[in-house]
Write a protein that binds this ligand. Structure first.
Ligand code: NI
Length: 182
């Protein structure tokens, strides 16, 4: 296992459509998944797509458990989803803040569907499917976007809702004590 370098926005591989995984249960796939979890955890991520570590494959991992970057998020079990496909089951979109390990230090308000049905496979090729709502649905849409070469800033409706965490969530400035001359 190894912590891998995370590609940052601007790297051309992040704009590419990833290719489907065809070999399941292989040592190479298991090693890649182990690296993805290790990299994600080292960076306090809640999800990671294979292209983010330079592997242009249809593979995402996620897990939410007491995460300091998303303290409000409900727990989601450790999941590997290979060749995932999403179907929207609630057309209502909600905006909320998202971050991405390929854009460190930044956050944006992104509209996402409230609920999706997902289908994919685990590392051994067994079918996994279910329904996800709220943050879980948001996370799936964010990660599957990576496989289509889409990064979350492309989905932001108003770029004033995009910026550095340190500025967006800074406490309001204290009132000026001295009168500044114009
Ligand atoms: Ni991301």
């Amino acid at each position: 296992m190894a912590i891998r370098e995370t590609l940052k926005m601007g790297h051309s591989l992040l704009w590419q459509t990833a290719r489907p995984v065809e070999d399941f249960g292989s040592p190479e796939l298991d090693a890649l998944i182990a690296d993805m979890f290790e990299t994600m955890q080292a960076l306090n991520g809640v999800g990671l797509a294979a292209p983010q570590i330079g592997e242009s494959l249809h593979l995402i991992v996620f897990e939410v458990r007491d995460n300091p970057r998303y303290p409000e998020a409900a727990a989601i079990p450790r999941t590997v989803l290979v060749n995932p496909a999403l179907r929207v089951i609630d057309q209502t979109q909600e905006e909320d803040w998202e971050g991405c390990l390929s854009l460190p230090g930044l956050r944006g308000r992104v509209p996402r569907y409230r609920a999706v049905h997902y289908q994919g496979r685990d590392a051994q090729g067994r079918v996994l499917e279910g329904e996800a709502r709220g943050f879980h649905a948001r996370l799936l849409q964010h990660e599957v976007d990576h496989l289509d070469g889409i990064l979350y800033p492309q989905r932001i409706r108003d770029l004033r809702n995009f910026g550095f965490e340190s500025a967006l969530f800074a406490p309001p400035p204290a009132p000026e004590k001295t009168t500044r001359e114009s």
